[in-house]
Write a protein that binds this ligand. Structure first.
Ligand SMILES: C[S@@+](CC[C@H](N)C(=O)[O-])C[C@H]1O[C@@H](n2cnc3c(N)ncnc32)[C@H](O)[C@@H]1O
Length: 469
């Protein structure tokens, strides 16, 4: 077997992006490379496997290079593209999608966006640890690996923390609360979690922001003693969060999970905040799924509504993979009934609660697997699918694809529309080819840049099936 890892480093000029967000280019031997975090136009020294190369150094920046706003850019792994102007990022996302998805047909409406290119995230999740991931300028300095660190996991390292005082993608309100909590926990005498020894007190921190800039803080710790409780009760009210929950995680699982021990600060409605999106108000608990970029998600909802059109009274809309019900609820005024299916029971329960909170009565949210339940539903006039990155389950795809063949037959409408929202374009390509083969016609495609500075992009496609006269 060849050991690609031991190939000598190569110089690669990046000319575009591939579907995974890697920078593409050729080395002197004409070998094609895909390199993570390599900006278009730059000359990169790369090593490793050519199809998943590692950037060793930036030999020459791109002519339009900009300075990253984040002090740990390139290390924390959350962002890949801060060295490119955001307009360039969108141009490249559009070019990559046109190349990849062109064969599906339909009019290409490019990449749209709204809101700021930094500071847009309304939720971050941080980890406490005792092993620091050293940045290149920290190697061979007096900075020690062992200590008390708070930040993000280094990619691929469960035991190393990229210590950071803020996140350039997080909203200013979140960063302000984070700064206060960070200063307090560092000044405390309590230990941070050592994921090898399973010792320490502070473990994880989730911060999420609502529409009125209020912040929910959820602090996860090892089971606490009286001294911990006394400290938390004294300090939490000064953090500037509208509600603070203290959760205890007695397990070794390295994740923000645990049982609520105490609401340290109450928002007035317990441990939840509210957020508006698509004309719907959502009550968000600590872990409820919600779009992280609200201005961008407003655009997404707007596109989905336009692409679906209006079904009218008596019509049926399926919202498959509905999460907490965002898309189905935002479109419920245009259809007779909406049926949503979502795997995670808590999310389906949130969807039902959100419907009640907004007085939307023509919706039903069912918890379960789409692939198992979709065949049992009444035939729809319109369908939304918003699956996870892997795309549609083959059994779900078979049912949705089959809806093209039944248009115009008894008990079915004479035309149907399908809106496919995809977070992984290659999954959309695979599923889209099968939809097209089954008789669906792609009419429109647009990408929404929900995650500036990263390689991620959300693609919305509109499909139509009509009965032959
Ligand atoms: C991309 S999210 C959709 C979010 C939602 N449409 C929204 O905008 O808020 C995908 C959802 O599919 C759910 N899911 C994953 N696999 C599923 C399955 N087999 N059946 C039903 N839901 C599933 C996930 O729990 C997640 O909530």
């Amino acid at each position: 077997m060849k050991h690609h890892k031991h190939r000598p480093p190569r110089e690669v000029r990046i000319h575009g992006f591939d579907a995974r967000g890697g920078g593409e280019g050729l080395d002197v031997n004409g070998t094609k490379w895909s390199i993570r975090g390599a900006p278009v136009g730059a000359l990169i020294q790369a090593a490793g496997r050519n199809y998943d190369g590692t950037r060793l150094s930036l030999l020459e920046p791109a002519p339009d290079a900009v300075t990253p706003e984040c002090g740990v850019f390139g290390v924390c792994g959350g962002c890949q593209w801060q060295e490119m102007p955001v307009e360039r990022q969108r141009e490249e996302k559009g070019r990559m999608l046109a190349r990849l998805l062109g064969e599906l047909g339909g009019e290409d409406h490019g990449v749209v966006s709204d809101g700021p290119a930094y500071g847009y995230r309304n939720k971050i999740e941080l980890t406490f640890g005792t092993g620091r991931y050293l940045l290149s300028h920290e190697l061979n300095t007096e900075i020690k690996r062992e200590g008390r660190w708070l930040g993000f996991h280094a990619p691929g390292r469960y035991d190393r923390i990229v210590d950071t005082p803020d996140c350039a993608l997080a909203s200013p309100a979140i960063n302000a609360v984070y700064a206060r909590i960070r200063a307090d926990v560092l000044a405390s005498e309590f230990g941070f979690w050592d994921c090898n020894a399973h010792t320490g007190f502070f473990r994880n921190l989730i911060l999420r922001e609502g529409s009125s800039r209020e912040v929910l803080a959820a602090l996860y710790t090892a089971p606490g003693a009286d001294e911990h409780a006394a400290w938390l009760r004294e300090r939490a009210p000064s953090w500037g969060a509208s509600c603070v929950g203290w959760f205890e995680n007695p397990t070794s699982a390295d994740a923000a999970v645990g049982d609520l021990r105490e609401v340290l600060v109450d928002s007035g409605s317990g441990l939840s905040i509210t957020a508006s999106l698509g004309g719907i108000r959502f009550q968000l608990a600590t872990t409820a799924f919600f779009q992280v970029n609200v201005p961008g998600a407003e655009l997404l909802v707007d596109v989905v509504r336009r692409y679906l059109g209006a079904g009218g009274p008596g019509s049926v809309l399926w919202d498959l993979y509905c999460g907490a019900g965002l898309l189905g609820l935002a479109c419920a005024d245009r259809f007779g009934t909406v049926v949503g299916i979502e795997l995670v029971e808590a999310a389906a329960a949130d969807a039902r609660a959100n419907a009640a909170f907004n007085g939307v009565e023509n919706v039903t949210f069912v918890a379960g697997h789409v692939e198992k339940l979709v065949g049992t539903l009444a035939p729809p006039d319109a369908v939304i699918v918003d699956p996870p990155r892997g795309g549609l389950h083959p059994d779900a795809l078979a049912v949705v694809a089959g809806l093209a063949a039944s248009v115009g037959t008894e008990g079915h409408p004479t035309s149907r529309v399908l809106v496919y929202v995809a977070c992984k374009p290659t999954s959309l390509l695979r599923d889209g080819k099968l939809l097209a083969a089954a008789g669906w016609v792609c009419t429109d495609r647009v990408a929404v840049d929900l995650f500036p500075q990263t390689a991620h992009v959300e693609v919305v496609t509109r499909w139509v099936a009509r009965a032959h006269p």
